[in-house]
Ligand binder design. Sequence first.
Ligand code: ATP
Ligand code: MG
Length: 591
Amino acid sequence: MERIMAPETKSTVPSPAAPAAGSPSPSSNATAAESANKPGVDFIRARIMEDNATGRYGGKVHTRFPPEPNGYLHLGHAKSICLNFGVANEFNGLCNLRFDDTNPTKEEQEYVDSIREDVHWLGGDWQDREFYASNYFEQLYEYAEQLIKMGKAYVDDLSAEEIREHRGTLTEPGRESPWRNRSVEENLDLFRRMRAGEFADGERVLRAKINMASPNLVMRDPTIYRIRHAEHHRTGNDWCIYPMYDFTHCLSDSIEGITHSLCTLEFVNNRELYDWVLETLGVYHPQQIEFARLNLTYTVLSKRKLIQLVKEGHVQGWDDPRMPTLSGLRRRGVPPEALREFCSRIGLARADSTVEYSMLEFCVREHLNAHAARVMAVLDPIKVVIENYPEGQVEEFDMPFHPEDESYGSRKVPFSREIYVERDDFRLDPPKKYHRLAPGVEVRLRYAYFITCREAVLDENGNVTELRCVYDPESRGGQSPDGRKVKGTIHWVSGAHALPAEVRLYEQLFSVENPNAAPEGQSFLDYINPQSLTVVEGLLEPALAELAVGRKVQFERLGYFCKDKDSTAERPVFNRTATLRDTWAKLEKKG
Ligand code: ATP
Ligand code: MG
């Protein structure tokens, strides 16, 4: 299986397989041959351009994103959302949001609400075209009767188990049901009585009458209606028979005038049935096109597994920032722009591939580097006393929020005799090339002063509890007064002004690349990373008290962080969205 990796450094720009979001639309007059050969155009866009060139759908492009409301959307859905809404945008077309809600027992309003929020957040705009397969139940029922009248569907009394036994295998044809040749009248009567609620769940089904010897198992008289005495989240108790996916999906596409029905590869074999239903009924016929689903390292992208993580309490909810759900990513601080860029970079393929998680982080860093304000926070504080700084004195330094973008403005940061710096920015016994604080070493406090460490105070266990330093008043603003070089610059927070905060540091939820590949007797749950969440008590610069929930900032030298909804007025909570690339850590490892 192909591997899609993140670019190593920012200077190597990978060639995206698909045009980036917001890139100019491909010309609609390009000929089929031209477009198919156009570099950077994926096979779906090439196909659409070809259809536009031949006038197949009158130049119209109409897609849909069809989630089943039985869980929260995840990164895989993001790929589908970006594709469906992206293609519609690029070709001046439309994209519908359609809830594929044909299973009354698994669907809930909560999921509908979350899906709407997530699609919007990602930038999908369905305007007034929010549809539900359940809106078409009556119409679908009529189509089913029509098939019966055409002799193309029959009521089968076999049990689900028996139907499976009759289906045959890839190498053996199936066997026909003894009920396959019921008369149209009998079928109609039974189907109507199924609708009327005369039978119990599983007692009878309606099957399409196609071909029990078809090499394609999907075509061996697939079930198209089943009995389910269950309340539906939208239609209540109006129905006790529900149409199956393969029957519902193609007809919903047809009813909505979809032109290109984009779905994932596992539906390749279902395309024959998609086409059969529409052709047999003689209705408007969209084109189904399959693409490879997104697989990502260190995570699971299956609703069933995500539900299990939530319901069994392995995470703190659907929007736990470790979850690959869109709500989790949003809460973690991943900007929608970064997700769209990610979807554009991974491109579209007809064969399965696995994308490295680092690719997503690369896109997140790239966006936040350009768009997040810089502030200072110390997450593992060690106290520094600046002995020659007057007691009780406070001064303020004006610091820009963004070094490369003046429009971000600046804020005042207080400075005083006692400050905190990062424990990791001090070494009692510094290795070579370590340019941060150490006994006798001078460093720059970001935008403030040069300080030199005079002494480290240790407790009885040898742990450093405090650093005694002196500062050079001539270095105000962090400028060298006499041209002497100070290599290291570290961040700091004034002790008297520091804002304590809970900071949540996240790592991968799973400790192996492919948690789906658990051997017999084990499950993906066995690979949950016990270190996926570390909570620390940090000290922030006071300006952060004002920050709104959901806002993203860079804590200088530490990473990107997002203010969490658990914050209170007294105690802000921040989630680490991503670390910065730490070149020192790499050097030290190599050391
Ligand atoms: P799951 O198998 O996890 O339950 P699903 O595919 O059944 O997911 P749906 O709600 O039916 O979930 O998906 C809505 C749309 O999103 C479908 O068109 C589906 O093909 C697409 N989709 C789901 N997962 C992925 C993925 N990993 N990569 C790309 N598209 C996906
Ligand atoms: Mg599905």
